[in-house]
Structure formats: C-alpha cells, structure tokens
Design a protein around this ligand. Structure first.
Ligand code: PLP
Length: 371
C-alpha cells in the first residue's frame, strides 16, 4: 500500500546522518531534536503548543485525560474509524456514543451528531478519515452551542487545510480544543517506528497534557496528577524533522496519484471515487473507492494475484466490535456505516508511485469490475 523503502532511499543521507547524530549525542530520551520537532510542527500547523508523545493512540488518551471527564460521560465519535479513536473512550471508563458518517465524506454526519447529544455529552471526537476533513465549521458551531470539547483525530489528515466560510483558513487538528496525530510509518507524516503528537492553543490544557504524558509531574519526582509515560524517541524526532520539510511535497504527490485514479475511473458505473469537500483539500492518506455491484473479495483476490495490494478500511465498524458489547453497541442503527463497510476498498497510494504502476493498477481494477 505504501513504498517506504523507495522514499527512505531518496532521503537516506539526511536520515542516516540525523540518526548517527543522535547516537553520538547519546541523548536518547528527550534529546534536543524532540523540542526542535515540537517547535517545527507548531510553526507548520500554526498552533501554540505541540506535545510529542509515543503514538497516536496515546495522544487521544492524554487529550481525553486532560479534560477531567467523569466515568459515564458521553463522548461522541463516528463508528466508521480506526479502533484507536473509540477504544480510548472506553479505556477511560467514558461512554462511546457512535454516530453515523456522511456517505460522501466518510466523516461524522453533523445532523446525526446533533441528535446524539444528551445532558451527559461532554466531547466530540471527529475523525478526518482517509485525509478528508470532517465538516469542522458545523461541528464547532454545535460544540459551542452545547459547550462541548472537540478533539480532532488528525492521524490521517496532517497537513490538510480547512477553509471557513468567512475566508479564513486553518490546518485540521488546530480547529477544535485539541488535535491528535500519529507518526506511524505509513501515515502521511510517518517516522521509522511509533510516534505521535497532541496540539492545542490552550495554555492550561497544554501544561496539563505535558504533565500527563510525563507521569503527572512538572517538577521531577513530584507527581501532582495521575499520568502515563508517553514520549517521542529522540531518534524518531530527528528523522521527523527531515520528513516534516517534505510533507507538502508528499501530499502533492499523493494528490497527483488521486487525480490519475479519479480520471481512470470517472466513467465506470461500478466505482464511486472519493468525494472532495469544498471546505478543505484532501490529503489522501487513503484512496478509497465505493464499489457498486462488484464482488469486493473477488476484486481484492484478483488484484493480489497481480501483485497489487488493496485493503478494506475498516471491515468491522466500531458499533459492531465485541469490545463494545457492554455498551449495547450492536443496537445502534447506522445504515450508512454498514453500507460503506460492505463496499469500500482502498488502493495503493503514496509519494513514490509512477504512471506505469498507476496504469497497471487501474487497468486491472477496470478489467475486473467490467467483467
Ligand atoms: C493510526 C490512527 C490512530 C492511532 O495511531 P497509532 O500511532 O497507531 O497509535 C488513531 N486514529 C486514527 C484515525 C488512525 O488512523
């Protein structure tokens, strides 16, 4: 699905030198590159605070821990997302409330979101799925009406620009109360192992999240609140400093791939290509098709026989996971989520694809769906 090796070889000299620098400095934990990266990412995102942490799941957990939510408080999330988004809600003894997604954007349906609000609702966790932003303008309107926190799960959309109706522009993840990111290797800004970050403009929350990620201490060995141990490795930060400079270039390369796919599939009555909302660009973490009247497993196997990877993100939505049985989650009626779960398929997309590969892939997909 991604070609991390080719990408590495293009920047090998810089990456190798950065790693050797860290090895020579022996500052493996909280070395200089970690704070440098936090500063670089903060300027890229145009946000006041970036707190690096160990992975994107921890980022969500630390964000939710900082909001002083009480057991049983309700957190609204889409069901159609990676499990990390909803898992941490349950882990913190909060109640995940699963909401339908929009059939076009794959992101939380704001009309259904409004209906799901109760007196116990405390937070909304929109997910910018596959690199397409959720309708943040409407979500922020609802959040301010009901006085709710908004944690943007930005793991799949780092670098995405959101355009407000008043003409202003912000990066996704910097619009809500807190934004979270993952640097898992295959993410648009991936490191060479695990990594994550949390961002906010709120001074108090920033200080608190920094403490939570560091065993609840701001002064060494004085632990004021219960926290955890969640750090970004110095080596990963050093490499991320290099890759962050290339992020916009990587996003542009992904968009070129998406444009090629769009054009190749535009006349197929069996394929719905990804929708691009007018309020944001699309950073194409995934290129995900909706298939109509196509045997999806058959397509997946046919592509595999031609050495073309394809993936189903996600085969089981949150409300149908056994993990959430105690929330009576199977009683939810989310027809769009179920419909998408049965029809989506993601094709390879990354910064290193050439036209020959794209021709080979689109030719194979069209041959199968038209047969
Ligand atoms: C990858 C991802 C995460 C979790 O990131 P990790 O670094 O793997 O913990 C959370 N949410 C979404 C939507 C993701 O895609």
């Amino acid at each position: 699905m991604v070609d991390l090796k080719t990408q590495y070889h293009k920047i090998k000299e810089e990456i190798d030198a950065a790693v050797i620098d860290v090895l020579e400095s022996s500052a493996f934990i909280n070395g200089k590159p970690v704070q440098e990266f936090a500063g670089n990412l903060a300027s890229y995102l145009d946000i006041k605070y970036v707190i690096p942490c160990a992975n994107g799941t921890d980022a969500l957990q630390i964000a939710m821990m900082a909001l002083d939510l009480q057991p049983g408080d309700e957190v609204i999330t889409p069901s159609f997302t990676y499990i990390a988004t909803t898992e941490v809600v349950a882990l913190l003894r909060l109640k995940p409330v699963f909401v339908e997604v929009d059939a076009k954007t794959f992101c939380i349906d704001t009309k259904e979101l409004r209906k799901a609000i109760t007196s116990k609702t405390k937070a909304i966790v929109p997910v910018h799925l596959y690199g397409q932003a959720a309708n943040m303008e409407e979500i922020m309107k609802i959040a301010s009406e009901y006085n709710l926190f908004v944690i943007e799960d930005n793991a799949q959309a780092i670098g995405c620009n959101y355009f407000f109706s008043d003409g202003s522009k912000k990066k996704t993840g910097t619009i809500g109360t807190i934004g979270t990111t993952s640097f898992f290797p295959s993410k648009n800004l991936g490191c060479y192992g695990d990594g994550g970050a949390i961002y906010t403009n709120d001074d108090t929350l920033a200080a608190k999240m920094r403490m939570i990620a560091n065993h609840g201490q701001s002064k060494r060995y004085y632990h004021d609140i219960v926290g955890c141990n969640s750090r970004l490795d110095t080596i990963q930060a050093a490499m991320l400093n290099i890759k962050l400079q290339k992020l916009d270039e990587y996003i542009a390369a992904r968009e070129k791939v998406a444009n090629y796919y769009d054009k190749a599939f535009e006349h197929s009555s069996h394929i719905i290509t990804p929708y691009r909302a007018s309020y944001s660009n699309h950073v194409f973490h995934q290129y995900t098709l909706i298939l109509e009247r196509v045997n999806r497993n058959g397509l997946n196997e046919y592509l595999a026989s031609k050495n073309i990877p394809s993936m189903i993100y996600y085969p089981v939505p949150g409300h149908r996971q056994k993990m959430f049985a105690s929330f009576n989650s199977s009683a939810y009626n989310l027809p769009v989520t179920d419909w998408l779960t049965e029809r989506v398929i993601s094709l390879p997309i990354h910064s290193e694809m050439d036209e020959e590969q794209l021709f080979y892939i689109t030719d194979a997909v069209l041959k199968f769906v038209n047969s």
